[in-house]
Design a protein around this ligand. Sequence first.
Ligand code: HEC
Length: 96
Amino acid sequence: MFLACGASFGAEPPTPVRQTELMTLLKHDCGSCHGLTMKGGLGPPLLPDTLTGKDDQELARIILDGVPGKPMPPWRFELQPEEARWLVDRLREGLK
Ligand code: HEC
C-alpha cells in the first residue's frame, strides 16, 4: 500500500476534463482582463516573468478571493483551492 503517496497534496489535481475547462476559463474569463495570452489589459500581465518572486499561495488566494476595491473578482464559487493553485502553475509555465 502507498497510503502516504500524494498525502502532501491537500486534494487531487484536476482531472484531464476539468483541466480543459480550466484552460478555457483562463483564456476567456481571465483573458478578458489579463489578455488572451496573459500579457495584460485591464488587469496586470500574468506572465512567468511578472510572477517571479510572488508567492504561489498568495496568487491562489487572490484568484479565490479577488482584490477588494479593484476589478479583480473572486472566483471561489467557480474554482476549488487546488484548481486555483493548478492555474498558478500554468501561469508560471506560460501559455502556449
Ligand atoms: C474584471 C477584470 C478581471 C478578471 C475577469 C480577472 N482579473 Fe485578475 N486581476 C484584475 C486586476 C485589475 C488585478 C490587479 C489587482 C490589484 O491592483 O492589486 C488582478 C490581479 C490578479 C492576480 C495578481 C497578480 C499579481 O501580480 O499580483 C492574479 C494571479 C490574477 N488576477 C489572476 C486571475 C485569474 C486566474 C482570473 C480568472 C479566473 C482573473 N484574474 C480574472 C482583473 C481581473
